[in-house]
Design a protein around this ligand. Structure first.
Ligand code: AMP
Length: 404
């Protein structure tokens, strides 16, 4: 199977193809929102689901939303209840959202029975049942029992073969991608299958090991790759460059060398940092004694924390107005820490004004562009970290497959 089969236009139905009037639509959403002391600290995932829910409401569906929240490990954990999400969703939709204290059984059935056309209910955390992550068939049947139609708008869990992602759609004949899911598939497919060139990828983050499949895929497609973040130090060490006490994956040095050789053989240009910011120590997002390192090397006792000023200038100049496609996955520095965010920020600011088709591949990079207030300036900011990484690596996502 090729990744192009994952395009919704070819074989996955859209909301517009469904006749939802008066019917119960099981809508798998991603309400895995951050909470602090029972309060939602960031409701972007709730907001992201509104367009799909509004279409379903307008078309007279009885909307039954289901999501996971955190990792309760199959037990009921009060602090991971979706009840506060139901409340916030109601505020955002400006209609009351009813809540069922269990996602299956009597509570779920009573919720569905109470839903009039155009009304919305939310089921309690799917992962309060261990059967959800196990992809259990009986559990999927219980979830599907009150529903007529399946809609998946939870791209962030599409790489998981969980009961609500794979089992429920297998039981309901009518199924479709929600608007968010559709945009994810369309935007990510565009950079995967039909990128306009020049096409550049910017990679960063903590580890090479998480992104091997992505790098291999990109080597076949892009014109150049910019590698920053802690990941860069493994590549630099593989070339014999001194990297001090920076984060490194010593078991990936051969792989890094091999990837650099393959890139060079293909004529894919790899840009590694020309200079750095370093710190004396890192403890979470607290760093001490940040300073510039004027060239590629980082001395013993120092830890690389960001790309330096010469690298920022060189990369920004190299990603010019002629660039047609940019994929960005992974921040080039420890942007959460004071004094270490400039590389990520300047890159984000530069890309925000670029005429290229620009996709941010989820996770920490999405958090970074949101923190800088620039998320709206990109063509697509994926809501899925692991799912986006898998999709862009060319893997088939179980949750996308299940919608065929
Ligand atoms: P990943 O999930 O692999 O994309 O990693 C993202 C994380 O990598 C972010 O939290 C960044 O702060 C972190 N990161 C980026 N550059 C560095 C660095 N030089 N040293 C340590 N962590 C880094």
């Amino acid at each position: 199977m090729t990744s192009s089969d994952q395009r919704p236009s070819t074989s996955i139905r859209s909301l517009a193809d469904l006749d939802v009037r008066h019917r119960v639509v099981f809508c798998r959403v991603d309400y895995n929102v951050p909470l602090a002391a029972g309060r939602i600290t960031d409701d972007r995932r709730i907001v992201a689901s509104l367009p799909t829910l509004r279409v379903l409401i307008r078309n007279g569906a009885r909307v039954l939303c289901a999501s996971h929240l955190g990792r309760p490990g199959g037990e009921v954990k009060a602090e991971l209840s979706l009840a506060p999400v139901a409340e916030r969703l109601g505020e955002r939709l400006d209609v009351p959202v009813r809540f069922a204290e269990d996602c299956i059984g009597d509570a779920a059935e009573a919720l569905v029975a109470s839903l009039a056309p155009g009304e919305v209910g939310l089921l309690e955390n799917l992962r309060f049942h261990a059967e959800e992550t196990r992809g259990d068939d009986a559990f999927a049947r219980a979830l599907a029992a009150p529903a007529d139609i399946y809609v998946n708008d939870a791209f962030g869990t599409a790489h998981r073969a969980h009961a609500s992602v794979v089992g429920v759609p297998a039981l309901l004949e009518e199924r479709a991608a929600g608007l968010l899911m559709e945009k994810e598939i369309r935007s990510l497919s565009r950079v995967l299958d039909a990128p306009e060139r020049p096409y550049v990828a910017i990679l960063g983050g903590a580890k090479v090991s998480d992104k091997i499949a992505l790098i291999e895929k990109l080597l076949e497609r892009v014109d150049s790759i910019f590698i920053g973040g802690a990941m860069a130090y493994t590549f630099q060490k593989s070339r014999g460059i001194e990297i001090g006490d920076s984060l490194v994956e010593n078991d990936k040095l051969d792989l890094a060398r091999d990837l650099l050789e393959r890139a060079s053989a293909r004529g894919t240009k790899i840009h590694l940092p020309l200079d750095h910011k370093s710190a004396a120590s890192i403890d979470g997002s607290r760093v001490t004694e940040v300073r510039d390192e004027a060239n590629e090397t980082i001395p013993a006792g120092r830890i690389g924390v960001d790309i330096g000023p010469a690298t920022r200038a060189a990369w920004i100049a190299a990603i010019g107005a002629e660039t047609r496609t940019v994929l960005w996955n992974g921040p080039p520095g420890l942007f959460e820490a004071a004094g270490c965010e400039q590389g990520t920020r300047q890159l984000a600011e530069h890309l925000a004004t670029s005429p290229a088709f620009r996709v941010v591949g989820g996770g920490d990079t999405a958090a970074a562009v949101a923190r800088f207030g620039l998320a709206d300036r990109f063509d697509h900011v994926s809501t899925g970290g692991g799912a986006a990484l898998d999709f862009l690596s060319g893997a088939t996502l179980p949750g996308v497959e299940a919608l065929r």
